[in-house]
Structures are given as structure tokens and as C-alpha cells.
Write a new protein. Structure first.
Length: 353
């Protein structure tokens, strides 16, 4: 692996007490090109600009996928990555569906660990702060014929971040626009999935909401996701979350939270959830809590549910189950409790020295 270090770190220019999500990039990035049917030598170099023309294939045909993951500063000062192998596997699932090459495990994990070794000082130590890690893969041939690319580029960039949402979230149940359809790419983390969501989300924001709850593509009768998050609802004493389909992203945070809920002995059902069921539960006071869950959002409490011009308030107790789940997850990530699930990948003392 080639390594070129920056001549002057930008870290001192960053206000770590005020970290807008994803705005400040760390000093270095990992880059590896796929050419002539094989991966070339990876390199770590100072964060910088793309070296491509306006004929870049990804710009014209959308062959591009990414991941979101985080590294944490543990209370003992070490650095630990949350479930990176899950993100590695999901990125390759996205790559397969988008006709892009599989990324070797040693490239992904070896490059990630070396990058964090170099930029370990960028990992924040404040509560609810972390180093956001963005691995991504895109078509990097330079032609505009409508077929898959020949060349590809894999990169990892990182950014110190605070909370994605500063408070609770207001959501609107979407009844017009669709995030994904059956047989499509909704289960992937394709870049286009997010570009297509901006317009309906902006309309919801104009109406006073933060996000939308996506519904099924046929009749808009069933709940699917909440913006860029998976969704969890506490109805009575039972947690409900939609089952995974080819329209829903299989969230790493979602999988982790389901595991935590089951280990507490709480009732949980992964099943189709109708809009009518949730609206009735909210109207009758049976919707006790609701939250979005994801890498960026972690656990984001939902305080308002909007549907066809009517708003329903949802309790957001500070001592409720949503915040208890968030604390359990954070305690594992920060090293305050035992990682009995082996979710964390620690960097060794020599790596963070």
C-alpha cells in the first residue's frame, strides 16, 4: 500500500465542539482503482480532488454505492469501529446488484484500519460524537455509452461528527412519492436511492416536518422506512418494525437494536405494518414511542406523526425504552459495558500510537 502523508494537518482548524454532520473531512483518504479486470495497489493520500473528466461514467449512469459506519473513542482512549464487516458485506451486495466488482476483504479492512491509524486524532471523545466513515465505490471509466463501466474506484473518506438530529423528529407518512419498488435497488445503498428522495423530503420540510415515512409503492398502505432510517414503533408493550424486503435497506443499526430488544425479553414483531394500524394506535394513545434507527441517526425519537393533514403527538420520554436502547448501544461502543456480541473491532495500541 502506498502512503503519502499530508504536510500540514487541518485538525487544528476544526471546532470539535461544533461538528456539523459530514462537513469537515479528515486529513487523509484511501483510494484504490479497478482496471483491466483487477484491483490495483491501494494508496492513502491527503484528502483532495477527483482526477476525472466530465465523461465520468458514474455521473451519467449512476453506478455508485456507498456505506456509512462509525469509529468511536472509548473511555480508555482507544479507538473502536462498530461492526465494519457488516458494512463490508452490504457494500458488496450493493456492488453485485449494480454490476460493480466485489471489494476484497483485505482491501476494505486493511485499508480502513491503516487509514484510522493515520487519522486516529480525528476521532472525537465527546458523548454522541464519532468519526463517520464513508466507504464508496463508483464507475470511473470515461465514456457515455449506456452500459456498465469497465473501470471502478473504491475510496474511504472520514469526517468527525456530532448528532445527526439535534432533537426529536417530526415525520409525515408519504402518500404520493415512492422510495423504492419491488425488483429494484431499494435494498442497496445506491447513491440514486438518496437523490430521488430529496424532492419529497423537501416538500415535507416545507410543511413543518423533518422527514417522511416511506410507504409501499403499490398502494401506500404499508409502512417501510423513515427517511434515511429504519423505523421502530412501540405499540402497547410490543415493538413493531417492518420486515426486510428488496425495497428496504437492511440496516446494521436496525439489526443491532433488534438483538438488544430480544435480549431484554421485550416483545418484538417484524411484520407488515399498515398505515391504518399506526394511525389508529396514535389516535387511541397506544403508540407509546417511535424512533428512527441508523448509522447517522443512531436512535432518533419521533414526536409527531403526520397523515393527510392531521398530526398526532407521540410521547418522547427521557427514561423510555428508546433512550434505554440508545444508552445500551452507546455503552458498548464507548467501552463502558462488555461487548458480549463482538460488535466492536478495536485498533491495537500500536495502531493508535
Amino acid at each position: 500500500m502506498k502512503i503519502e502523508l499530508t504536510k500540514e494537518s487541518r485538525r487544528s482548524s476544526i471546532d470539535f465542539s461544533n461538528l456539523p454532520f459530514g462537513k469537515n473531512m479528515s486529513d487523509h483518504m484511501l483510494v484504490c482503482h479497478f482496471k483491466n479486470g483487477q484491483w490495483q495497489e491501494a494508496e492513502i493520500r491527503p484528502y483532495g480532488q477527483l482526477d476525472f473528466s466530465y465523461g465520468l461514467h458514474a455521473l451519467h449512469y449512476g453506478q455508485s454505492a456507498f456505506e456509512g459506519m462509525k469509529a468511536y473513542r472509548k473511555e480508555d482512549g482507544g479507538v473502536s469501529i462498530f461492526r465494519p464487516l457488516d458494512n463490508f458485506a452490504r457494500l458488496n451486495r450493493s456492488a453485485e446488484r449494480l454490476m460493480m466488482p466485489q471489494i476484497p476483504k483485505d482491501l476494505f479492512m486493511g485499508g480502513l484500519k491503516k487509514l484510522l491509524e493515520i487519522d486516529s486524532d480525528w476521532v472525537p471523545d465527546a458523548e454522541d460524537h464519532s468519526l463517520y466513515i464513508r466507504p464508496f465505490l463508483f464507475a470511473s471509466s470515461e465514456f457515455i455509452a449506456a452500459r456498465q463501466s469497465d473501470d471502478y474506484t473504491f475510496c474511504i473518506i472520514t469526517s468527525p461528527v456530532g448528532p445527526y438530529y439535534s432533537g426529536t423528529v417530526k415525520v409525515k407518512i408519504e402518500q404520493e412519492y415512492t422510495r423504492a419498488t419491488g425488483g429494484g435497488i431499494g435494498f442497496t445503498k445506491a447513491a440514486g436511492n438518496y437523490g430521488g428522495s430529496f424532492y419529497p423530503t423537501s416538500k415535507a420540510i416545507q410543511e413543518g416536518y423533518n422527514q417522511v415515512i416511506w410507504t409501499d409503492h403499490k398502494e401506500h398502505k404499508f409502512i417501510e422506512e423513515s427517511g434515511t432510517m429504519n423505523l421502530m414503533l412501540l405499540v402497547g408493550d410490543t415493538f413493531l418494525t417492518p420486515p426486510l424486503t428488496d425495497r428496504i435497506l437492511a440496516g446494521v443499526t436496525r439489526r443491532s437494536i433488534i438483538h438488544l430488544i430480544k435480549d431484554q425479553g421485550w416483545s418484538i414483531q417484524e411484520r407488515p405494518i399498515s398505515v391504518d394500524e399506526i394511525v389508529h394506535a396514535a389516535r387511541d394513545g397506544e403508540l407509546k414511542e417511535a424512533f428512527g434507527m441508523g448509522t447517522a441517526a443512531v436512535v432518533s425519537q419521533i414526536d409527531t406523526l403526520g397523515y393527510k393533514g392531521e398530526n398526532f403527538s407521540i410521547p418522547v420520554p427521557v427514561d423510555g425504552k428508546a433512550m434505554y436502547i440508545k444508552r445500551m448501544l452507546n455503552d458498548i461502543r464507548m467501552g463502558r459495558s462488555d461487548d458480549k456480541y463482538d460488535w466492536m473491532v478495536d485498533l491495537s495500541v500500536s495502531e493508535t500510537a
